[in-house]
Write a protein of this length. Structure first.
Length: 219
């Protein structure tokens, strides 16, 4: 049975931007079909999360300064993240790097963790970026054409689409669904929104946030 992971964005993170559309890669689940009020929780591949987190930590180990950190793919930390905020998270927290964001100044980054899903928002220099993840499957694709669209093309069920305000990239990683929404102040002219390159750059830069479950030896 194939299911789509429905993206339901956090209300707090969406106050200044457009809600992500429902996106997802297709995953297989052996049991019942999900419904809007009884979603199915997909299984996170934590071994892959831990392996990636170890690799990223090894790359960051020699970092000494912010300038060097930006050159070695370090990322900005959400300013509203407090100790213990990630303790109940059931999905891997991925954040874009400085290099992926491409800003010349420090971005304003917020995170809204909600157990089975989270929204991270990065703002600055004429663009707002949202990274959303969920492991909740709410419903099946309503027809084969919709299923193909959700699967996308290429590795990880990748799909990139233009939106009214910019661009949205969706993909599947570690068994859960992610989407990146890019919204530009000038969406018709800003190349970060008119072409897929910037969204792809953000997706490729995502790293596991230290302190999230995948870095703590979770089973």
């Amino acid at each position: 049975m194939t299911l789509s992971l429905a993206v339901a964005a956090s209300a707090g993170a969406q106050s200044q931007s457009v809600q992500p559309t429902q996106q997802a890669a297709i995953v297989r689940q052996p049991d019942r079909a999900p419904t809007p009020d009884q979603p199915i929780q997909s299984v996170v591949v934590w071994d892959e999360v831990r392996a990636d987190a170890r690799e990223e930590a090894a790359r960051r180990q020699p970092v000494r300064t912010v300038a060097v950190a930006q050159q070695t793919q370090a990322f900005p930390r959400p300013r509203n993240l407090r100790p213990g905020d990630l303790d109940g998270m059931e999905v891997p927290i991925l954040v874009p790097t400085y290099r992926g964001l491409g800003f010349s100044s420090e971005p304003d980054v917020l995170i809204f963790p909600r157990g089975d899903f989270y929204t991270l928002v990065a703002m600055g220099e004429g663009v707002t970026i949202e990274v959303f993840c969920t492991r909740l499957a709410h419903s099946e694709p309503f027809n084969p054409q919709a299923a193909r669209r959700l699967v996308g093309s290429g590795a990880e069920g990748y799909r990139s689409e233009r939106t009214e305000y910019g661009r949205e990239v969706s993909f599947n990683r570690y068994g859960v669904a992610y989407s990146i929404t890019v919204e530009c102040a000038d969406p018709m002219r800003d190349p970060r929104c008119t072409a897929p390159g910037y969204g792809d750059q953000l997706m490729q830069s995502l790293q596991v946030l230290p302190g999230s479950r995948g870095t703590q030896g979770a089973q």
